[in-house]
Design a protein around this ligand. Structure first.
Ligand SMILES: NC(=O)c1ccc[n+]([C@@H]2O[C@H](COP(=O)([O-])OP(=O)(O)OC[C@H]3O[C@@H](n4cnc5c(N)ncnc54)[C@H](OP(=O)(O)O)[C@@H]3O)[C@@H](O)[C@H]2O)c1
Length: 341
């Protein structure tokens, strides 16, 4: 098949291009080239999607397009430029489209979504809050333009694995390598949900080949934090679970950023964010690998990053000093081991 990846210079887009190539497709990637380099073997066309005519440089027909756009304007430009020249269209959306983050076990086909972004608030690079509603706009634009029978809307959840530039999963892999007492957020029964980038990419390529249409969550089934940490930091690692109220009091941020604990979100407000029912996605071919394999491969990638031979990840989370201070405060203040091993 002739496949166009709009993006393809970083993480998921690169992985899709890589897997499409491995499946012997003819792959074109179109991007500016500022986020990174496309994989060897693709045809790379340098484009700027801020320019409404930016994609006019792409010639011919494509059996399928995979687009990771965040800005509705980029989709409008693409859908106009490629009108009549594309078959199947995969739009990589996000779990941030959902309006209800609290209810556990929601499904993509029935969960309510945010309203689309207003036309004057369509740039999530300027306003991060608009990210989810811009993706809602994108989903609608694609489905209306290519028709529901040819559109695969893939709402990715947290994407993890080698080459992840976000640093979120990386925090736990690096934390495992450092050893010592580990501060674990919340409770061992909290739900944690994510997808290995390679599994998501493989599913997208398979969806393209099969012409899968419809709206699905691109994420593995949820597991408990206990299972997550056992696979990533090790069964016997000395974990100290610290409740979310303590973390909030000492200004530890959830999810991402400095002084944060990645993959932790406060409950009950976000109890639904990492506990989605993905039965339809698994039935439609998504095949998540064991978490231990993702952790092992991410550790190997980080070793290469640290040796300077690969593009770098980003460190977020707690510094060693912050974590030690928090643990000392926890043990000194109330100190109970809430979940003894
Ligand atoms: N990471 C997660 O955990 C997560 C979670 C949920 C959903 N998602 C979604 O999953 C997808 C991830 O995609 P990704 O990993 O490939 O990363 P990305 O950061 O979304 O990539 C954006 C791509 O678009 C290109 N691009 C951006 N602006 C452009 C412009 N003006 N003109 C041309 N190309 C432009 C970038 O290339 P250049 O900069 O080189 O031009 C890059 O290849 C996104 O749709 C994201 O919203 C991610």
């Amino acid at each position: 098949m002739r496949i166009l990846v709009l993006g393809g210079t970083v993480f998921l887009g690169r992985a899709v291009a890589q897997q499409a190539l491995a499946a012997r497709h003819d792959v074109t990637c179109a991007a500016r080239g500022s986020s990174g380099n496309p994989v060897d073997g693709v045809r790379f066309v340098r484009v700027d999607r801020d320019d409404p005519a930016g994609l006019d440089a792409l010639d011919g027909k494509f059996d399928a397009v995979v687009d990771v756009a965040r800005q509705p304007a980029h989709l409008r430009h693409a859908l106009a430029s490629l009108a009549g020249r594309v078959g199947h269209f995969t739009f990589v959306s996000t779990g941030s489209v959902y309006a209800d983050n609290a209810t556990v076990g929601q499904r993509a086909d029935t969960a309510p979504v945010l309203p689309p972004a207003p036309r004057d608030a369509e740039d999530p690079s300027r306003d991060a809050e608009s990210y989810g509603s811009c993706k809602v706009s994108g989903e609608r634009l694609v489905t209306e333009a290519v028709g529901a029978g040819r559109a695969f809307v893939c709402r990715a959840g947290l994407i993890v694995g080698p080459e992840d530039p976000s640093g979120r999963f990386e925090y736990w892999v690096r934390r495992a390598a450092r050893g010592g007492e580990i501060l674990a957020p919340g409770t061992p029964d909290d739900a944690v949900q994510f997808i290995d980038v390679r599994d998501l990419a493989a599913w997208i390529v398979e969806a393209v080949e099969r012409g899968l249409a419809g709206t699905y969550d691109g994420i593995a089934a949820p597991i408990s934090r206990r299972e997550f940490l056992a696979a990533v930091v090790g069964e016997g690692a000395p974990l100290t679970y610290v409740p979310q109220e303590f973390l909030a009091k000492y200004e530890v941020a959830p999810w991402s950023g400095p002084r944060s604990l990645p993959l932790w979100l406060p409950v009950p407000e976000y109890a639904g964010f990492m506990s989605r029912d993905v039965t339809p996605s698994l039935a439609a071919g998504l095949r998540p690998r064991p978490l231990a394999a993702t952790a092992r491969d991410t550790a190997a990638w980080l070793t290469a990053v640290d040796a300077g031979s690969a593009p770098g990840g980003r460190s977020i989370g707690l510094t060693a000093a912050e974590e030690a201070e928090l643990l000392a405060t926890w043990h000194g203040s109330s100190g109970p081991d809430l979940y003894p091993r």
